[in-house]
Design a protein around this ligand. Structure first.
Ligand code: TNX
Length: 539
């Protein structure tokens, strides 16, 4: 018990008690105020549709309970995915529990009808006591989890235990995407990338709510997917790559593993077999595919040759032959086997740069490919040139530079995937000093890939025909994961934001601050990125 001996001490004690009483009333507020000063939603990319800070914070501790609504294994798996993101850096051992109703504290994930949020949207409500994440569908919960990751301090991304206070700003976020197709393409044909690289690529893009992985599985330089009825495609056509190094391929089992891994991140795999051009690796593997009409080629140009795989980087010199009866047996077998191991709705038939295919043959090829793809229960996607064929509203056409083809596709009712080479070709150099990449389309700095909207390109396109956006990463000049990351970061997050966030919510000036805030996160994730001088990086 305290004892007060002098007047001065008594006065001091009285003041002390008054201060303590005042604190009882307002300390909670003071904590809230300091949280407001340091905590915000400014770390989230893509920018959410709406967010309101309430001024306090939730603190994740080892006592935090992670609960999911009972009744759905899929929701439980998302809870586990969240636990797996939180446990390494915090050193906690959060376990997923199930409950019939929302708990009063901790983190809670549940499906909940809220039609305004659509199939991929989510709502997250954060108070000092509880984080409640709800969505119509599991995909929305998964995207909400990505938002929660980014709301935590960047150190959460470390693979080993970090000291730190794990606070999340309190408030409400309601969020849903503008476009249904938010894609990233990886060219595994020019240079081959193994299973671990593809999985890391999936994880890196999933963090920015990308939902499509387009795998460019064949090209002149290599065939990368096992086709059991035509085994030499991989055992011969997959042996090498650009530069002549060792190539590689995925067995069907490995491909299924990639598809399942992507699925667990709510990413649909779209496999591409590029035809009727970009086909030298198949022509090299099977001499019988070469027995068509001889190509009319300029003297000195590359000629596809049976038995010879190409290791350079030119395009537009190879073609399938329309009058060769083996051609369509080959194409049908490939599409059938691919359809059987692809749960996603689309097969990509390429169709680009068929410079040595006669126009009438080209159109006949595309029409035939479409029939075959549809016969195997899938929808067709192809590069913009396929607009010349009989495309309809079930097909998707991937714009890369021709306004004419984009409009033709749109006028036929086909859906458009916007991949403007001057904005989102991730293989383009940032500037003239960039070592990796090409520059035939443009130099693409980080602001260039952010500052555009799908409507502003390719003339007047029907908004309802735009399915979404996809960023291709062609791999002529890149050989390993470090190279991939350098071209992906920092551009991919901005492209993901163009696809997800309403254009009216976006501004480069505000975005560059949010982007700069990602640097610590990328360091923790050991991402090799280009430190553009346009961005105020915060390390
Ligand atoms: C064009 S655009 C290609 C690819 C190349 C790329 C390099 C398109 C559909 N085809 O074959 O790899 O340029 O930037």
């Amino acid at each position: 018990m305290m004892h007060f001996s002098s007047k001065a001490t008594r006065l001091f004690a009285a003041a002390f008690f008054m201060a303590s009483f005042a604190c009882l009333v307002s300390c909670k507020k003071q904590k809230a105020a300091s949280a407001e000063a340091t905590l915000s939603f400014e770390s989230v990319i893509p920018k959410p549709v709406s967010d309101t800070l309430s001024g306090s914070a939730f603190e994740l501790t080892k006592a935090t309970k992670l609960t999911v609504a009972s009744g759905s294994e899929e929701v439980k798996a998302i809870g586990q995915y969240l636990a797996d993101r939180l446990n390494p850096a915090t050193g906690f051992d959060l376990k997923v529990e199930t409950a019939e109703k929302a708990p009063e504290s901790g983190i809670y994930l549940a499906l909940n009808e809220d039609t305004a949020l659509g199939a991929e949207g989510y709502e997250v409500k954060i108070t000092e006591e509880v984080i409640t994440l709800t969505a119509n569908k599991p995909a929305g919960l998964f995207y909400g989890v990505q938002t929660l990751r980014q709301l935590l301090p960047a150190a959460i991304e470390h693979a080993v235990v970090q000291q730190g206070q794990w606070e999340i700003a309190a408030g409400t976020i309601r969020d849903y995407p503008q476009y249904a197709w938010r894609g990233a393409m990886l060219d595994v044909a020019r240079h081959f990338f193994g299973m671990e690289d593809v999985k890391r690529y999936i994880d890196l893009v999933a963090a920015y709510k990308v939902n499509v992985l387009h795998l460019h599985l064949s090209d002149d330089q290599g065939w990368r997917i096992e086709i059991k009825s035509w085994p030499k495609l991989t055992t011969e056509g997959g042996l090498t790559q650009v530069g002549g190094g060792k190539g590689g391929y995925y067995t069907q089992e490995q491909y299924k593993e990639i598809v399942a891994y992507a699925q667990s991140r709510y990413i649909t795999v779209i496999p591409e077999i590029d035809m009727p051009g970009h086909i030298n690796s198949a022509l090299a593997s099977y001499a019988e595919l070469n027995t068509g009409i001889p190509l009319k080629m300029e003297p000195g140009k590359i000629r596809p040759t049976a038995g010879k795989v190409y290791t350079g980087i030119e395009v537009g010199f190879s073609t399938l032959h329309i009058k060769n009866e083996r051609t369509f047996k080959f194409v049908d077998d490939v599409l059938r086997e691919l359809a059987a191991i692809t749960p996603g709705p689309y097969l990509h038939i390429g169709g680009d740069e068929a410079a040595v295919t006669k126009k009438e043959d080209y159109i006949a090829f595309i029409n035939k490919f479409k029939e075959m793809v549809n016969a195997h229960g899938k929808k067709m996607v192809g590069w913009e040139e396929i607009a010349q064929g009989n495309v309809d509203s079930t097909d998707a056409v991937q714009y890369w530079h021709s306004e004419k083809y984009a409009q033709l596709a749109s006028s036929k009712g086909a859906k458009l995937i916007m991949s403007p080479s001057v904005k989102v070709y991730l293989d383009m150099k940032y500037d003239s000093l960039t070592k990796l990449g090409l520059n035939w389309a443009a130099y693409i700095e980080v602001d260039d890939s952010y500052n555009w909207t799908p409507q502003s390109l390719a003339g007047e396109l029907e908004q309802k025909n735009i399915l979404g956006i996809e960023a291709p990463l062609w791999s002529e000049t890149i050989e390993n994961m470090d190279d991939i990351e350098y071209l992906l970061f920092p551009r991919l997050p901005g492209i993901a934001e163009v696809a997800w966030s309403p254009a009216a919510n976006r501004s480069w000036e505000a975005y560059r601050i949010r982007l700069g805030n990602q640097a610590k996160r990328w360091k923790a994730m050991e991402i090799n990125y280009y430190r553009s001088v346009l961005v105020p990086w915060v390390d």
